[in-house]
Write a protein that binds this ligand. Structure first.
Ligand code: FAD
Length: 317
């Protein structure tokens, strides 16, 4: 079922989860162990992130360093199909511009269509590990909106080969990313909202936000979106904090702020076990307030801490 149909049919706030493919070599059972903890909450859908290839330097036997391409977390599309099969839940593969040319993107979309997956979260992706700025693949898309248009084309039966006859239409429901604290490359919030509105006007069905730890930022983002005419559902993305290191890693990586009461409480913790307790309480309070405000879905980035997220969701239902 398409995410937008879940949202339209919902009588109350839904639950969804986001997971990473396992590191290469770990096997899919590690993922199932993670999801077994969360399955009891009957999520409306599960997102699976996409991780592009990286260039790394490996030392050869003769001592010379060689540049090689590695993909640490492959398998997004097949993991989606495996999860659908095992847990009977809808899945949302993330699809990025980075590392793909448009022909490869079309093939990926056709594979998803054949697998019965009718959802995609369309993203640009970040810069490659050792590059300062995002560079599109030769013959690839520069912005998420360009990738989105390729998906809507396919939904209209328009493939890259123009002379295809009676081509079948896909029916992808399309999600896009939004940033309550602004995307870090955007010169200001107004411009970022204009670019977000362009994605919605081009056919995005809903928005999922970057994580935030201050609900006021989400509420004012939703208001700002409505003011500029963005009327699709805006799903809040929520992440648990469980280590002291995240105090600096999260702002640095995701360009978000931690509210002072949260950062001070974490800074005062003796160890990560204490941080986990604070993180769980904070996530629960955030979730309760958002649910009370009637958000369409509570979308949890479960990354490595399914039990913590399960403890929170159990308190909500
Ligand atoms: P875009 O919408 O293309 O925007 C990128 C920047 O360009 C913004 O500053 C925007 O304002 C600007 N912009 C947009 N259109 C134009 C235009 N026409 N002209 C000029 N400027 C423009 N990354 C991954 O690699 N894999 C994942 O699985 C993944 N999952 C994510 C899930 C969520 C919910 C979120 C919020 C992010 C995720 N990301 C993921 C990270 C994401 O790829 C990065 O944040 C990336 O830097 C931007 O992606 P985007 O789709 O928002 O890009």
């Amino acid at each position: 079922m398409r995410v937008i149909d879940h949202l339209n049919n919902a009588k109350q706030t839904l639950i969804s989860f986001e997971i990473l493919p396992p590191l290469k070599g770990k096997g899919i059972q590690s993922l199932y162990n993670h999801l077994d903890v969360l399955a009891e909450f009957k999520p409306a859908f599960i997102n699976v992130t996409y991780h592009r290839s990286e260039h790394v330097f490996k030392k050869r036997a003769d001592g010379i360093f060689e540049k090689v391409v590695v993909r640490k977390r492959p398998g997004t599309e097949s993991i989606c199909a495996a999860i659908m099969n095992k847990y009977n839940v809808d899945t949302v593969p993330h699809l990025i511009c980075g590392g793909f040319n448009i022909n490869e993107t079309e093939d990926a979309l056709i594979n998803l269509h054949y697998l019965g997956i009718d959802n995609v979260l369309v993203l640009r992706g970040d810069a490659a590990k050792n590059e300062a700025n995002f560079e599109p693949e030769p013959g690839g898309h520069k912005y998420a909106i360009d990738l989105l248009k390729q998906v809507t084309d396919l939904n209209s039966g328009i493939y890259l080969e123009e002379d295809l006859k009676d081509s079948s239409k896909t029916k992808f429901c399309i999600g896009v990313a939004g940033y309550p604290e602004k995307h870090f490359e955007a010169p200001n919030m107004e411009t970022d909202l204009k670019n977000l509105k362009a994605k919605v006007d081009a056919g995005a069905d809903y928005i999922v936000t970057q994580m935030f730890f201050d609900n006021a930022k989400y509420f004012s983002f939703v208001n700002a979106c409505r003011e500029v005419g963005i009327n699709v559902p805006i799903i809040p993305g929520l992440k648990p904090i469980y280590t002291k290191k995240q105090l600096t890693i999260l702002p640095k990586t995701f360009h978000i702020d931690l509210p002072t009461p949260l950062s001070e409480a974490i800074a005062a913790c003796k160890n990560d076990l204490d941080v986990e307790k604070i993180g769980q309480e904070w996530l629960l309070e955030q979730s309760k307030e958002l649910k009370k405000a009637g958000v369409p879905v509570l979308h949890y980035y479960t990354l490595g801490r399914p039990q913590l997220v399960a403890n929170v969701v159990r308190e909500l239902v």
